[in-house]
Design a protein around this ligand. Structure first.
Ligand code: KIV
Ligand code: ZN
Length: 391
């Protein structure tokens, strides 16, 4: 891996699947895992094996199926969790155990009724125990976003001392501002002894709509892995959306950070995950929403028809969308109508367009959107129809 490569750790099948009512069966998970490998993710977090026999089986089957990608299983800092995860991962070509514990004052006090020294000890022991089974051990400091940086650095040192290969710094509650999260990663890069032995990983939740911005600040400040889900699905407001962080890095090449993702598969896998889980993405969702490349105002349509780049920063083909859409509504102008009429076989002169456009506006005022059938009807009932078809 080069210094500029950002590893993409997909947790659609673990953190993403924690969405209420969206449980996937093993077969559905296998189909998604195969497509994630095809997409080019570096790590597939396949599940939390100790949580249920179904999750164990899914992690085991995904481990058998996947050939070139790291397969990861989640655990708490509990020996039995780790043993069970190791068992589920035993067929994986590249297995990773992801273990960890809450580190914020609130988690230490309310979840564990414990103290910082005991948490340091548990972090060390969990990583050391996981190393008995696999070489690749990722440690997470849950609620790192609200953990005091000095203590977080001590936790990271303990995990590295025990052999952690990756340090996950989750903003579990989606609380941090981008500047704050970026500063946290920078602080760890500069203050954790032995940090060169491990990769720092961003795992940001979206409670304030900042997950993508926080992950990007994280990699700008030295992290080299982003944990994310397809369509940003996940608990509460969800996780960082894979398609967003990947496209931010691709569209800003001067950041000099790249990923191994084949972006042309983004739209297809977004559809697959949304259909399998029964969660439909909002139309205005960045990159993969139905309207992400649709233009409906007359001014924008005129610009896009002249040159796509006037209103689009991404070529839709780069993310697997066939083409930009010119949507006909009462806000559309003549250029859009002429363009769509041409697509269905009518080449209109300026005078013909004037008449057809008046009829179009009358209908568009009554309907939300004008489709191809409407265009045929408007043209066929116009007084210039014979001229148009005999031209
Ligand atoms: O959000 C979080 O802290 C997590 C950890 C369990 C990695 O998902
Ligand atoms: Zn999470």
């Amino acid at each position: 891996m080069s210094d500029n490569n950002v590893q993409i750790f997909d947790t659609t099948l673990r953190d993403g699947e924690q969405v209420p009512g969206c449980k996937l069966n093993t077969n559905q998970k296998l189909i998604i895992a195969e497509q994630l490998e095809h997409l080019g993710v570096d790590v597939i977090e396949a599940g939390f094996p100790v949580s249920s026999p179904g999750d164990f089986k899914s992690v085991e089957e995904i481990s058998k199926l996947i050939k070139n990608t790291i397969v990861c299983g989640l655990t708490r800092a509990v020996e039995n969790d780790i043993k069970v995860a190791a068992e589920a991962l035993k067929y994986a070509k590249y297995p990773r155990i992801h273990t960890g514990i809450g580190t914020s004052a609130s988690h230490i006090k309310y979840k564990f009724n414990s103290n910082q020294d005991a948490i340091l000890e548990r972090a060390f022991e969990a990583v050391k125990f996981a190393k008995r089974f696999v070489e690749d051990v990722e440690f997470y400091a849950e609620d790192a976003g609200r953990t005091d940086n000095e203590f977080l650095a001590r936790v990271c040192e303990m995990a590295i001392k025990a052999g952690a290969t990756v340090l996950n710094i989750p903003d579990t509650t989606g609380y941090c501002l981008p500047s704050e999260y970026g500063a946290k990663i920078k602080y760890l890069k500069e203050n954790v002894k032995g940090i060169e032995k491990a990769i720092l990983s961003c795992h940001c939740h979206n409670d304030l709509g900042l997950a993508t911005a926080n992950s990007i600040e994280g990699v700008i400040n030295g992290a080299r892995q982003i944990e994310c889900t397809i369509n940003g699905i996940g608990e509460r407001a969800g996780n960082t959306a894979l398609e967003e962080v990947v496209m931010v890095l691709k569209q800003h090449p001067y950041l000099n950070l790249d990923t191994n993702i084949n972006t042309q598969h983004l739209y297809g896998i977004s559809q697959l995950v949304s259909e399998s889980m029964g969660i439909y993405t909002q139309p205005n969702k960045a990159i993969v929403g139905a309207n992400a490349f649709a233009h409906s105002s007359g001014i924008h349509q005129d610009g896009v028809i002249k040159n796509r780049e006037t209103y689009e920063i991404i070529d839709p083909k780069d993310v697997g969308v066939t083409e930009s859409a010119i949507v006909l509504t009462a806000r559309s102008g003549r250029a859009a109508l002429a363009y769509r009429a041409k697509n269905v076989g009518y080449e209109l002169t300026k005078l013909q367009l004037d008449e057809v456009y008046t009829n179009f506006l009358n209908l568009a005022d009554q309907k939300k959107e004008i489709d191809d059938n409407d265009i045929h009807q408007i043209i066929e009932t116009s007084t210039v129809y014979q001229q148009i078809i005999s031209a």
